[in-house]
Structure formats: structure tokens, C-alpha cells
Design a protein. Structure first.
Ligand SMILES: [Zn+2]
Length: 311
């Protein structure tokens, strides 16, 4: 029997849906999130997007074994409620219940943190395979850390092939450890969280502060003005501090970076050597990979929540 899983990746700016048939992607399609329109509007548009994406490959909900969803926040594994995150419209809501109710369907919906899903997809089908080529260790023998550098800054820790989510779903929420005491305010209530220095909007804010101009983060990295170079260097320094802290906590085989900022080649220049020079366990050389799967890792990870149907 043909096995059909729908993967949904819900980000701060875009929502992607993909259909996987027998574990292989059949189609992918994106819409803007438009979270400013509020929860009801977003969830209705998600419903339309699901129906249309299924229809584009001649399927309906009834053909589907399940919907896997990546959400930009901490998902309580017991209640499925999103406890925290930078997309307020989903906080304190049970997304799987909301989705089933608007779809008027009993289809099984499994939700997880998007950074965990990115990490899961990369370890099993992306960076993990590259690491396997280099070392002979299979994904189920690896410790990999996925880091999203995008609208926000999330992390996923994969140990021996499985995501470590902690007791309440907040394991490896690495964007909220403090890099600068009394630093920039974070929506989580603390000051100086890593997210406030490593996400795209933080680069844009720094550039605006320095020059008065608004510029996309990726564009800031293309500029060679004194202000831009200072911001680029500071960004890499902050990223190395951040990764070094994570080495102290997790001692991983490798990091894999995803999200818009991870596509900027400049951030990788000399990055590993600098990291290796300051890790606590001297002589260890954790690799830092750019994402290998591309921007479809989120939907793939979401579909992998139904791994029993992904072979
Ligand atoms: Zn924070």
C-alpha cells in the first residue's frame, strides 16, 4: 500500500507543506505565514494550503496516514501545548487539536519543535550521512546538534539518532542561554540571550543602529563598509562563543547550521579552527556543517515524526 505523510513546517515568515509518498518527497509548496493576521486566519490558511497541496498530487486527506508539524516553539510532550516561542499566536494552544478541528478530521497530527525536526532530518538524511562518510559512524551512533540561525535561533540535540527533548520539551533550547549578561532584552524575559545576537533581525538591528539604514541580514554580509565588516566579525565571534558553550554542554560530533543566515558562506571562514582552539576538551574537533538538505529539512523532519510510514 502506498504510504502518504504530509509534513508541515510552520515558521515565523513562511509555512511549507510537503507530501511524502513511501518516504520520498512528491511535492512541496509554500505560503507566507502572515502571523499579524492572527491565529484564526493563519490556521484557516494552513487548512487551505494542506488541501491544495494534497490535491496537486491527486490526493485528499483520506489518503494520508498522518500530518507531522514543526512549530517554532517548545511543545510539551504530554499535552502537545506550545509553551513558549517567538510566534505568539501559537503559544498556549494545542496545534494538533486546532488543526484537526478546522480540518474536521480525525487524522493523526504529531507536533514537535522545528529546530529538533531540522536536526533530526539533517542527522538521518543530510549532515549525518556526510559525517558517516568521513568517520564510518552511522546516524544512530552520532551526536549531532542542529542550530537554526533564522528569524529566531533554535537548537536540536540528536543523540544516537533520537531527539533529546528534555522533560517538558525544552531540552536544547540553546537560543536562550545568556551570551551577554545585561545584554539585549529577549522576549523570554531575560537579558542577553544568544538568540538576540544570532538571529537575522539582530544583524539588521545592529546595522540600523550603526548606519541608520535598513538592510536584510544577508545583504549586510555582502557589504564591505567599515560598519558592515565590524558587524560581520562580531557575529562570527558571538557564534563561536555560542558553539563553544554548546561543546562544553554536549561534546557533540558536529553542528549543522540551518536557517537564512546559515546560507552566508562568510560565517564559516576559519570558524572550525577558532572553535577547536577554545573547546574545553582539548584535541576534540567538532565539525561545523552547512545544512545539507536545503530548506526542505523542516518538512522532512516533520514527516519523520511518522517514521513508521517513511520507508
Ligand atoms: Zn531568551
Amino acid at each position: 500500500m502506498e504510504k502518504t505523510i504530509l509534513g508541515l513546517d510552520i515558521g515565523g515568515t513562511k509555512i511549507e507543506a510537503a507530501i511524502f509518498i513511501n518516504g520520498r518527497v512528491s511535492t512541496r509548496a509554500r505560503i507566507p505565514t502572515k502571523r499579524e493576521l492572527g491565529h484564526q486566519s493563519v490556521i484557516e490558511r494552513i487548512k487551505d494550503h494542506i488541501i491544495k497541496t494534497l490535491a496537486s498530487v491527486g490526493k485528499t486527506l483520506n489518503d494520508c496516514q498522518g500530518i507531522g508539524v514543526g512549530l517554532p516553539g517548545t511543545i510539551d510532550p504530554l499535552t502537545s501545548v506550545m509553551i513558549n516561542g517567538n510566534s505568539e499566536i501559537f503559544i498556549n494552544r494545542n496545534f494538533s487539536q486546532d488543526l484537526k478541528s478546522i480540518l474536521n478530521s480525525n487524522i493523526e497530527v504529531r507536533c514537535a519543535n522545528d529546530a529538533n525536526l531540522f536536526a533530526l532530518a539533517e542527522v538521518h538524511r543530510g549532515a549525518g550521512l556526510k559525517f558517516q562518510e568521513e568517520t564510518g559512524l552511522s546516524p544512530s551512533q552520532q551526536i549531532g546538534v542542529g542550530i537554526i540561525l533564522g528569524t529566531g535561533n533554535g537548537g536540536g540535540l540528536i543523540i544516537n539518532g533520537e531527539a533529546y527533548i528534555g522533560r517538558h520539551g525544552g531540552g536544547a533550547e540553546v537560543g536562550h542561554h545568556v551570551l551577554y549578561q545585561n545584554g539585549r532584552p529577549c522576549y523570554c524575559g531575560r537579558l542577553g540571550c544568544a538568540e538576540q545576537y544570532l538571529c537575522g533581525p539582530s544583524i539588521e538591528a545592529s546595522y540600523k543602529e550603526q548606519t541608520g539604514e535598513s538592510l536584510m541580514a544577508t545583504e549586510v554580509f555582502k557589504k564591505s563598509s567599515e560598519e558592515a565588516i565590524t558587524i560581520q566579525k562580531q557575529y562570527q565571534k558571538d557564534l563561536i562563543e555560542f558553539l563553544t558553550n554548546l561543546c562544553t554542554l554536549f561534546d557533540p560530533d558536529y553542528f549543522v547550521l540551518g536557517g537564512g543566515i546559515s546560507t552566508i558562506d562568510k560565517i564559516y571562514e576559519g570558524l572550525e579552527e577558532k572553535l577547536w582552539s577554545q573547546v574545553f576538551v582539548k584535541g576534540t574537533r567538532p565539525k561545523v556543517y552547512q545544512h545539507q538538505i536545503g530548506d526542505s529539512a523542516g518538512v522532512l523532519g516533520a514527516a519523520m515524526l511518522f517514521k513508521e510510514h517513511m520507508n
